[in-house]
Design a protein around this ligand. Sequence first.
Ligand code: LRH
Length: 480
Amino acid sequence: MLGEVWEAADGAPRLRLTEVHRFANRPVRVAGTLHWDVLALYQGVLDGLREAGRRSGGRLAGVGIDSWAVDYGLLDASGALLGNPVHYRDERTAGMAERVAEVLGPAELYGHTGLQYLPFNTVYQLVAAQGSPQLAAARRLLLIPDLISYWLTGVAGTELTNASTTQLIDPRTGDWAPGVAGPLGVDLGLFPPLRRPGDPAGELLPEVLRACGLRGPVPVTAVGSHDTASAVVGVPAQDERFAYIATGTWSLAGLELDRPVVTEESRRANFTNELGVDGTVRYLRNIMGLWLLQECLREWADGGVEPELGPLLAAAERVPGPRSVVDAGAAEFIAPGGMPERIAAACRRTGQPVPNGRAELVRCVLDSLALAHRAAVADATRLAGTEVSVVHVVGGGAHNAPLCQLTADACGLPVVAGPTEAASLGNVLVQARAAGRVRGGLPELRSLLRASESPRRFTPRGDRAAWDRAARRVADGGRD
Ligand code: LRH
């Protein structure tokens, strides 16, 4: 994505974002393990930089990198990558929560880190890797955006917002939690020093400049390198009373707070305290998100071609609902494969009608997501002792009008949908501020967003009681 800050006729800055290059991120299963093809991703980054440079006369004012959370690459003593990073959806973390619980109970772990239990949090991946020759040979661990940044600059660092998803950070101090790493035998020395969004992160290496046809120097800035942290910066909120849902493969639904909520009630509600830009806390719940739909489409592909989403969504809208709903937060949906069957099985198990045909299945996914969004917003506000008057939906799902409308209906709150590229916008805003092109805190950055983007508004409709009943069907395992 190429971001540009430009001056409008009124003399005020505006932000423009252009997609210059898109590349697939295709995980590869090899010898029983699901990996990321990280070199293909790096090549995609180089191709994108080359194209961004071509459109800007070979000059870029800066680069910032964000990606999904929790995963990492290991480097040996010479800085070479030791094997392909393992995908968080790989099964290697099965049983790790139990192993960790023998050393640190769930309440204690939450007390240290305030992080929602997700089987793939980095800490569980590291415990799963213990005893492997690869981990024994490792001298450095780099989270995915930090790895890309290292290859581009030769400088190693650990960006804090993403580090907060490892379950090795204390959200109160914004520093490592030795009380977790020590007892679990995780070597914090593998992580290079922490850096915060806005910190300098080196300059593009001469070989990178050459490969991309760029003129140096090109500074790299640490941004909210966790995509969700950048996406929350990219929420065009007008005041502080808002909830957000960053929708894409995942739905990350919650609040921006100035301090963590690390109570036992919060742990039981499976809420996470990830760190945000400018010392904020992202108090949210991870919900399975559009992954449920993406996996159905993949399953329905004919000769490698997936069915078109638009007609399917239109058909799903005509199906009466909410009817059958599944728990869109359930770990049973994490792994890839067989999603339509798994959703049907969950409906059957909970005594609900099994969706008949694609439109009904898509409707079930949309209703289930809307319901999970509603629960997350309601629980977050209750646990944090606050209220909201609007829900912002950003990310890919902001394009999905039925999902936004159903979310508004289920929450009983207006939904403001957009921008879809909130993560890229948040990334660019933090860079632009570090470069002195824009000034201020998150409210000022967001007002620049509002001046540059036009979101769509969805007003809640209809029958809240139907959503209450659907919520009970999920909570009670199917009984109405
Ligand atoms: C979204 C995301 C999410 C994480 C998941 C692994 O892309 O970063 O915040 O929980 O990927």
